[in-house]
Ligand binder design. Structure first.
Ligand SMILES: Nc1nc2c(c(=O)[nH]1)N[C@H]1C(S)=C(S)[C@@H](COP(=O)(O)O)O[C@H]1N2
Ligand SMILES: [Mo]
Length: 333
């Protein structure tokens, strides 16, 4: 769960989704209205753009995620395109702003933004109209839990979690680019064009593998066959390869991909590791590649600020073999 404000309490009976069209027309939909529209189910991995932030060197402000800022669920709801269609909106250009009921002050900015603001994000129409982009009211076959956006949330497969606005109360279709807080000052990165850095909202997930077992700093027996396993995901493609290095990046061997590839959902993998005969400290690394040829980088790109953290961990060479977790906690090894 990743929330920026206190979790709002919404009652499905009084709740409405307020839709504002480009010509100023408005439509209000109730929870029951949404249930009458044809339902779709998609499996999607949501990763917070700040996942793995604790491993950044130098340390960066923000939620200090280790590896847990990512999850996969099945989501059931109505495609956003069908909801817009139902509201009589046929725009194919411009964007749609998604606003949540949650709101509060922003203290991080100096000078601060006056008063309270709502969590809001926009999607360009080209993404908004993709059939897998849902307004979801069920998660894993049960009603959407309050913490995950009850009664209605967006699910934007292939994009970082920030796009999947929870506790939706308003959609605004507009031809003016939305410049809200959560896609300009926050959740944005530097893109260099013609040598000029400019801030762009974070969108597509970057290819990434995570090791689930062994856990960080886990002690494993020497001279045995250990089952290393984890998950790998990417943006608008599928994972095609995961490689493991048992020696801090000197050599790489393929992991076995499990199950069938599923667009927008992570792929589990495993690797049988013959652990070294001699006890000691060893560094295991995982690296994923997707079907479009994107490979996890070995180096961190500072233009990404503190988001889109998909370089191969444990990261900078000087940290390799050191107990970097303690390092981040300000302790010595
Ligand atoms: N309304 C609202 N939607 C939101 C957020 C929020 O704070 N408020 N956080 C976003 C972020 S940054 C992420 S990573 C995902 C997390 O989704 P989850 O809590 O269901 O895992 O929700 C997104 N949607
Ligand atoms: Mo996030």
């Amino acid at each position: 769960v990743r929330n920026h404000f206190a979790q709002p309490r919404l009652d499905a009976r009084s709740w409405r989704l307020h839709i504002e069209g480009p010509g100023g027309q408005t439509v209000d939909l109730s929870y029951d209205d949404l249930l009458t529209l044809p339902a779709h189910t998609v499996a999607a991995t949501l990763e917070c753009a700040g996942n793995s932030r604790v491993f950044l060197v130098p340390t960066a402000a923000g939620a200090q995620w280790e590896l847990g800022g990512v999850s996969t669920a099945t989501w059931t709801g109505v495609p956003l395109s069908a909801v817009l269609e139902h509201a009589g909106i046929h725009a194919t250009t411009g964007e749609v702003v998604l606003e949540g009921a949650d709101n509060g002050p922003i203290r991080a900015e100096s000078p601060p933004i006056a008063g309270s603001i709502h969590f809001a994000r926009s999607l360009p129409m080209a993404k908004a109209l993709q059939p897998e982009v849902l307004l979801a009211y069920r998660m894993n076959g049960a009603p959407l839990p309050a913490a995950h956006g009850f009664p209605l949330r967006a699910v934007v497969p292939g994009w970082y979690g920030v796009a999947s606005v929870k506790w939706l109360t308003r959609l605004i279709v507009t031809d003016r680019p939305f410049q809200g807080y959560f896609q300009t000052l926050d959740y944005s990165y530097w893109e260099r064009r013609d040598g000029l850095p400019s801030l762009r909202p974070i969108t597509e997930l970057q290819v990434k593998a995570e090791i689930a077992r062994p856990a960080m700093l886990e002690v494993v027996p020497a001279g045995t066959l250990y089952r290393v396993h984890g998950a790998a995901w990417t943006g608008e493609s599928v994972v095609s390869k995961v490689e493991i290095s048992p020696d801090a990046g000197l050599s790489w061997a393929p992991a076995r991909l499990l199950g069938a590839p599923l667009r927008n959902a992570w792929r589990l993998w495993e690797y049988a590791w013959p652990t070294p005969a001699r006890a000691g400290r060893y560094t295991l690394m995982a690296r994923a590649t997707d079907a479009q040829g994107h490979v996890q980088p070995l180096q961190r790109d500072r233009d990404r600020r503190s988001y889109m953290i998909n370089h191969v961990l444990p990261g900078p060479a000087h940290m390799t073999g050191c107990c970097w977790r303690n390092h981040h906690l300000g302790r010595h090894c």
